[in-house]
Structures are given as structure tokens and as C-alpha cells.
Design a protein around this ligand. Structure first.
Ligand code: NAP
Length: 307
């Protein structure tokens, strides 16, 4: 029987692990299918306080893990397949083994949706990104492309005009899905070049390990063109990793955990941390902050229950 099982090993999960381990709760951390979370997919992180020269994403998240292990946190590979939150202790099926816990912290994150292009994943961190706030700075004076037609894509395109010499905004239909105010802003911004009715067919150049351009196809005419690009931002939405929790805690229509204040979910003793609940900020530092909150709440919950 565990005092706390933490689901996810990104910034939120690792920070919750550091705090609960230092509170002597001996947490078990379930790594998840993307161990290390979104940071493991980025290169240099320049906005996490405490690193004046920046730090590589995978290194930052590995440091957090080591810090938690130093205080007694235990990590296991694998994912949560099923849960039973209907009675105490809570039960979780991790791969093929059931585990029991007095409290659970869900920090399973939200995965960026990708286009599924042949070379896209291989160039993540080398010009392909899903986070303008994280990576925009690297493309000062460069050619940027954003894909997507929702509020996120338009917001990212606007933000990226601070850095890029131009920002091409590629959307598969002739109308943006985003709110009117965002569409108006984008239309008024001379740096943004909308490319409508178009899809990206592939991104180059894996051989150079660097984004150099894309191949576009116009869906109305069928015409294919090549375009030089240095930074390629995919902003077609996120998918919260909450499939095993559906029907066990309250989720909103998009699958994000509904917060009941602080780090609380609809089930007492089950807490949320990070992007699995937060669709607004999605930063390493906010996820870490949320992990800290969840750990403190779990600690207090256990104390009040006399454990
Ligand atoms: P979204 O609204 O679901 O938009 C996703 C966009 O990506 C759509 O334009 C969609 O095209 C496109 N897309 C999806 N799959 C694609 C594919 N395989 N190939 C090419 N394009 C694809 O997602 P979001 O922009 O991340 O926003 C999520 C939610 O957060 C929304 O409710 C949004 O309003 C909200 N949000 C609000 C703000 C704000 O208010 N400041 C900022 C960000 C997000 P189609 O249009 O053709 O479906």
C-alpha cells in the first residue's frame, strides 16, 4: 500500500515527487508513455528560473527525477491502464499489476497533436516545435511557419511575429476556426501570411538534422509547392492523457480534468497537477508549481486522515 502514487514523470509529476518524498511519503511515480513529459521533446529551456544560460529540456527533467530519487521517490516504467477510485484504498492497474494507494496525483499531461508527416517527429527540437512560448526566441529574423486554424495557432502566429522575419500561417480550410477577434488581429498583422486551403505534406531536412523547408499542397487546386522555413510550429491542439480516468473523475468535454479548487478533483484524495488540467499556461514552471500544490494537498489529506 502506497501513501501516494504519482501518475506522470514530467515537471508536474517530478515536482510532486520531490515534495512528497521530502515529506517522507515514499511516493511511487509511474513514468508514463512519454517519460519526462513535454520537456523531453524540447532542446534548450531558457525560461525556467535558476538557469541563466538555459538548460536542455531532457537534462532539466532528469535532474528533477534524480532530486526526487535522492529523497526516496521510486520510479517505475509503464502506464496506468485502469483505475478504481470507487473505494479506499484506490486501486491502479499499472501495466499488468494492480497497485493500491491512499492518495493519487494525476500528472499525466497533455500531448501535443502532431500532423503525422514522414519527418516531423525526427525534427522535433531541431526546428519542429509545438510551443511558440518555449522556442520562438530561437527564430529571430528567421522564416517561421505555423500550422493550424484555431485560437492556439493564431495566438502562436501573433506571438512569433516578435521574432520571425515572416510568419506563414497554414490552414487546411478557407476559414479559420479561431475567434473573430483573433482572426481580425491576424489579418491586420502584415508579418503574417495566411496560406489557406493548404496542407503541409512534409518537412525537410532530416539529413542536416535541421528544418530548412516544407512541401505544401493546395487542396483547392492540387498544386504542390516548396517553401523555405527555419522554424515549423504545429498548433493543431492538445490531447489530455486522461483516457484511464474517464468515468472515474470529472472531465470536461475535451477530456481535461475539472478542478474542484486548488489541486482537488471530484474524488477526495485524488489530485491533479499540470497540463492534464491546465489548457491555458502549459509551461514547465507552472506545471512544477502545480505539482508542488498537489503534493502539499496530498500531504495534508493524509495527515487529516490520520496516516
Ligand atoms: P482547436 O480549436 O481544436 O483547433 C485546432 C486547429 O487545428 C483547427 O483549425 C483544425 O482545423 C486544425 N487541425 C486539426 N487537426 C489537423 C490536421 N491533422 N491537419 C491540419 N490541421 C489540423 O485547438 P486549439 O487552437 O489548440 O484550441 C483549443 C481550445 O482552447 C479552443 O477551445 C480554443 O478556443 C481555446 N483557446 C483559447 C485561447 C484564447 O482564448 N486566448 C487560446 C488558445 C486556445 P479545422 O479548423 O479544419 O478543424
Amino acid at each position: 500500500m502506497r501513501n501516494v502514487i504519482i501518475i506522470g514523470s514530467g515537471c508536474a509529476g517530478n515536482t510532486a515527487a520531490i515534495y512528497t518524498a521530502r515529506a517522507n511519503l515514499k511516493p511511487l511515480v509511474v513514468g508514463g508513455h512519454e517519460a519526462g513529459g513535454q520537456l523531453s521533446l524540447t532542446s534548450l529551456v531558457e525560461n525556467f528560473p535558476g538557469f541563466p544560460q538555459g538548460i536542455l529540456g531532457p537534462e532539466l527533467v532528469e535532474n528533477m527525477k534524480q532530486q526526487a530519487e535522492h529523497f526516496g521517490a521510486e520510479y517505475i516504467h509503464g502506464s496506468v491502464i485502469e483505475v478504481d477510485f470507487s473505494k479506499r484504498p484506490f486501486r491502479l492497474l499499472i501495466e499488468d499489476e494492480w497497485h493500491e494507494a491512499r492518495t493519487v496525483i494525476i500528472a499525466s499531461g497533455a500531448s501535443a497533436r502532431w500532423l503525422g508527416l514522414p519527418n516531423e517527429k525526427r525534427l522535433i527540437g531541431h526546428g519542429v516545435s509545438s510551443c511558440a512560448t518555449c522556442d520562438g526566441f530561437f527564430y529571430r529574423g528567421k522564416k517561421i511557419m505555423v500550422v493550424g486554424g484555431g485560437d492556439s495557432a493564431l495566438e502562436e502566429a501573433m506571438f512569433l511575429t516578435r521574432f520571425g522575419s515572416e510568419v506563414a500561417l497554414v490552414h487546411r480550410r478557407d476559414q479559420f476556426r479561431a475567434s473573430k477577434i483573433m482572426v481580425d488581429r491576424v489579418r491586420q498583422n502584415e508579418k503574417i501570411k495566411p496560406i489557406l486551403n493548404s496542407v503541409v505534406e512534409d518537412v525537410y531536412d532530416v539529413e542536416q538534422n535541421l528544418v530548412t523547408g516544407v512541401r505544401l499542397r493546395n487542396l483547392a487546386t492540387g498544386e504542390t509547392t516548396e517553401r523555405e522555413v527555419d522554424g515549423f510550429f504545429v498548433a493543431i491542439g492538445h490531447v489530455p492523457n486522461t483516457a484511464p480516468f474517464a468515468g472515474h473523475i470529472d472531465l470536461d468535454p475535451d477530456g481535461y480534468i475539472v478542478s474542484k479548487g486548488g489541486a482537488r478533483t471530484s474524488v477526495e484524495g485524488v489530485f491533479h497537477a499540470g497540463d492534464v488540467q491546465d489548457r491555458v499556461y502549459r509551461q514547465a514552471i507552472t506545471a512544477s508549481g502545480a505539482g508542488c500544490m498537489a503534493a502539499i494537498e496530498a500531504e495534508r489529506y493524509l495527515e487529516s486522515a490520520g496516516h
